[in-house]
Ligand binder design. Structure first.
Ligand SMILES: [Zn+2]
Length: 320
C-alpha cells in the first residue's frame, strides 16, 4: 500500500480564489477507491516546528492576522482558520516524508509551498512545508541529508533561498515559468537563476515536449546526488506544467507528465532513496484535469513499485 496523507482541515475557505483548494479533497476521493492506496491522517504541526524555518514575527502575523500585509503576503485573504490549515498541510508533508523513510514511498495530498520565504509568504505559499519537514526530521535524528526535486511549473525560489543556510539540503528546480512575471509565453530557457552549491535550476523551453523534458530530466537529475546521496527525496509533483494550464508555455500532455513521474520514481528506485511526493500547483479551470495529473502520479508510483500492491514496503527496504 501507498500511504496518502489527507485531512479535511487542509482546506480553509478562501472564497473565490484561483487557488483550487478543493483539489486536495477531490484527489483523496479518487485514490481512496484504489486498492493500493491508503488514506491516513497526518500530524498537525506545532508552532515550534514552523519556527525552525520561519521568522517569529511572520508566524505571529499568520496566527493573528496582524500586520495584515504580512499575514496576507502569500496572497490569501487572512481568516482565523488559516494558521491551523497550514499546520495541517505542512503536517501532511512531514507525515509523508516520515512514512517514506519507513516504507520507501508515500504522498501528501497537500502542496509543498515552495515559494514561502523565511520571513514572508509568496505565491499562495504560507510556510515552506518541504523545508519544515526536513528540519523536523533532522531534529528527530531520522535523517541527515535530503533533496527536493521541484517539478512545479514555477521556479522554487523560496526553497532555493532556504537552501543557502542548509548545506544538508539540495534542491533541483526544473521549471517552465520563472515566476517573476508569471507569464505563460515567456521563454525561460534564455534566463538562468543563480544556482548555488546546493540549489540548482533547469529551465524548460517554451513548447517543451516529452522528448525535451526527458532529455533535460536525465541530464539534470544526477545533480541531486552531486554532493551526497540524500537520505530522502521530496518530489514536488506540479500539475501546472500541463499544456492547458493558464500559466504554462509548455506542450506537455497527461501522458507526458505520467512519464515524468515514472522517471522520478525510477530515479529514486535505482538509487534506493525513499521518496515522498506532494501535489504542487495546477490552475487549469477544469479542475478534473488537475485532479487527473495528481492521480496519475499514483499510477506512476505503483508502476515503478509494483510490490506495494502486496506489501507495505519497497523491496530494498525489506531485504527478507
Ligand atoms: Zn506553480
Amino acid at each position: 500500500m501507498i500511504s496518502a496523507y489527507y485531512h479535511p482541515g487542509f482546506a480553509v475557505d478562501l472564497g473565490r480564489h484561483i487557488m483550487p483548494i478543493r483539489k486536495f479533497q477531490q484527489v483523496a476521493e479518487v485514490v481512496q477507491n484504489w486498492d493500493f492506496v491508503r488514506i491516513d491522517a497526518p500530524v498537525c504541526l506545532e508552532e515550534s516546528d514552523i519556527l525552525r524555518v520561519h521568522d517569529p514575527v511572520y508566524v505571529r502575523a499568520v496566527k493573528s492576522g496582524q500586520p495584515k500585509d504580512l499575514a496576507e503576503s502569500q496572497k490569501f485573504p487572512w481568516s482565523p482558520g488559516l494558521y491551523t490549515s497550514v499546520c495541517w498541510t505542512n503536517g501532511g508533508v512531514y507525515s509523508a516524508a516520515l512514512q517514506a523513510l519507513h516504507t520507501g514511498v508515500a504522498a501528501s495530498l497537500s502542496s509543498g509551498f515552495h515559494h514561502a520565504h523565511s520571513s514572508r509568504g509568496e505565491g499562495f505559499c504560507t510556510f515552506n512545508g518541504l523545508v519544515i519537514a526536513v528540519d523536523k526530521l533532522r531534529m528527530e535524528n531520522r535523517l541527515r541529508t535530503a533533496a527536493v526535486l521541484d517539478m512545479d511549473l514555477h521556479y522554487g525560489n523560496g526553497t532555493a533561498l532556504l537552501c543557502q543556510s542548509r548545506p544538508y539540503l539540495t534542491q533541483l528546480s526544473i521549471y517552465g515559468n520563472d515566476y517573476w512575471d508569471n507569464t505563460p509565453y515567456r521563454n525561460v530557457s534564455v534566463l538562468r537563476h543563480q544556482d548555488g552549491e546546493n540549489h540548482f535550476s533547469a529551465p524548460l523551453p517554451s513548447g517543451c515536449d516529452r522528448i525535451t523534458l526527458i532529455r533535460i530530466m536525465k541530464e539534470h537529475l544526477p545533480r541531486l546526488l552531486c554532493r551526497t546521496k540524500p537520505d530522502l527525496l521530496i518530489y514536488q509533483a506540479g500539475a501546472d506544467p500541463l499544456w492547458m494550464d493558464p500559466y504554462s508555455p509548455l506542450a506537455l500532455t497527461h501522458e507526458d507528465l505520467l512519464e515524468r513521474d515514472r522517471i522520478v520514481f525510477e530515479f529514486a528506485r535505482r538509487h534506493q532513496i525513499p521518496v515522498a511526493w506532494v501535489l504542487a500547483g495546477g490552475y487549469t479551470p477544469d479542475l478534473s484535469q488537475v485532479v487527473r495529473v495528481h492521480t496519475n502520479t499514483f499510477l506512476a508510483a505503483i508502476d515503478v513499485f509494483p510490490e506495494l500492491r502486496q506489501q507495505d514496503r519497497v523491496d530494498y527496504l525489506n531485504p527478507d
